[in-house]
Write a protein that binds this ligand. Sequence first.
Ligand code: SAH
Length: 248
Amino acid sequence: MTGTLTLVGLGPGDPNLLTPQAAAALADATDLVGYAPYLDRVAPGAAIRHPSDNRVELDRARHALTLAAAGRRVAVVSGGDAGVFAMASAVFEAVEHGPPTWRALDITVAPGISAMFAAAARLGAPLGHDFCAISLSDNLKPWPLVTDRLTAVANAGFVIALYNPASTARPWQLGAAFDLLRALLPGDTPVAFASAVTRPDERIRLTTLADADPAHADMRTLVLIGSAATRRIPGTDWIYAPRAVPVA
Ligand code: SAH
């Protein structure tokens, strides 16, 4: 029996946003590997579940690869897209540094709808022109690198999707990021807090950079920061990026 490993992005939460490819990989798997709350989102079936804690991505990746090498059909699950601040990097890192046999494994990445796309869909078209995604977590990179990158992209006019904006262990970073950005961008730049998007307790708040309150973000929030070009249609909560940037 030949083992397989599929990296599955589950999307933001609504089962309608799970792709047919991802659903087929989950249904076909003999083993499901992932952070326990993500595994809980997978419909019950015959597959053996291997839940793990947060922050053990590399151990989880090696475990999944070991199972696949033993002939199992393994699905490794992530929320959103598996390649955006998620398990695909950990699996490929483990492949590069693991036994040579892992390089010959049958690995597939099944993409998913990332939180920034689900959030943008609620807001209008804020990602319609140049944008970037930054994880505000300094667990895997030094904080000064985060502030350097925020400064660079704000000065370059990118719309910014902030992942991992806050958690109980990281309470101050988002406030520091807003303070930094207020010195670089107009106060009326649109800022959106999109929490638990497509879940029953979804909450979308649209405000401005001047008024943005970091207390509105937690680990289930995607914070979207517009650019000076981002438009809010008067009388509505729609924001969008104009298609063209005028010649200065
Ligand atoms: N791979 C995931 C991101 C994992 S990092 C993806 O592509 O979406 C975890 C962060 O993603 C959270 O802190 C939050 O910022 C964001 N996130 C994930 N699901 C979300 C949802 N349903 N609503 C809002 N933000 C979400």
